[in-house]
Design a protein around this ligand. Structure first.
Ligand SMILES: C[S@@+](CC[C@H](N)C(=O)[O-])C[C@H]1O[C@@H](n2cnc3c(N)ncnc32)[C@H](O)[C@@H]1O
Length: 237
């Protein structure tokens, strides 16, 4: 069986590009798109929150401004450098993270759960579970069902000052696609090419269950934002 790992991810454009193909400068320029409000309404005021894959702090900043005590994790030093003094940062792969402390909320956004590497998905979700305090929650952002079928090469949409386009989307079987997205500002253009796995709700919930997590609630009408809780301790994870 083919493993669609992040080794197949890439990016083009000016400046530093992360291992998974993201441009540091593009994420530094990108406005938020409702994410902070979803998170702030899903956790108690003043909660401690571990943000996994925080990038350039696009969402970190409004969460800190909203009163959360955020710790930002990313494997890209260039990304974390953009966060500056806004929040404590940890340079680490999410899979390997073991901070020895737990948080009121752990956030795994940006569709990282849709990795096309099943083993990696398990490791990401177990990292969420082991950093969640008793009574705490995990906040996840997943691709909406049917997204791959809905996207076509040439589709474009605006996000603030940026135009996003689907450069190509290639179904690879088993619900995995390789997608190339273009991000264009007036003065600069980037692309990111990545694999992603469509996860139906049953499959998504089964992946959570394997990691000792269960859905509390789908938080948005499109069911992309999810709050989960820990259902059992897992030895050795
Ligand atoms: C698509 S960007 C999104 C950044 C941020 N969440 C946002 O919404 O602006 C994904 C970020 O996650 C980081 N990342 C992806 N996989 C990771 C992993 N396994 N461990 C640590 N960081 C990871 C990348 O370096 C990148 O900064």
């Amino acid at each position: 069986m083919t493993a669609f790992t992040r080794d197949g991810h890439s990016g083009t454009g000016p400046g530093a590009i992360t291992r998974d193909g993201c441009s540091v400068e593009m994420y530094s320029r990108l406005p938020t798109h409702g994410e902070p409000d979803v998170v702030l309404s899903a956790v108690p005021p003043g909660a401690s929150l571990l943000e996994l894959g925080a990038g350039a702090g696009r969402v970190t900043r409004p969460l800190v401004a909203g009163g959360l005590a955020v710790t930002a994790v990313d494997e890209s030093a260039e990304m974390l450098a953009q966060i500056g003094e806004t929040a404590p940062t940890v340079l680490s792969a999410i899979e390997d993270l073991d901070l020895g402390r737990q948080f009121d909320a752990v956030m795994l956004a940006s569709f990282l759960v849709n990795t096309a590497d099943d083993a990696q998905r398990g490791r990401l979700l177990r990292a969420c579970r082991r950093h969640t305090a008793p009574g705490g929650c995990v906040l996840l952002q997943r691709e909406r069902d049917g997204l791959h079928e809905a996207l076509n090469a040439g589709d474009t949409w605006d996000r603030g000052p940026m135009k996003i386009s689907v450069v190509s989307i290639e179904p690879l079987g088993g619900g995995v696609s390789r997608t190339c997205i273009g991000y264009a500002f007036e003065d600069a253009r980037w692309t990111q090419t990545f694999f992603s796995q469509n996860l139906s709700e049953p499959r998504f919930e089964a992946a959570l269950a394997d990691a000792g997590l269960a859905v509390d609630a789908y938080l948005t009408d499109d069911r992309t934002w999810v709050r989960a809780h820990v259902v059992r301790a897992q030895p050795g994870s």
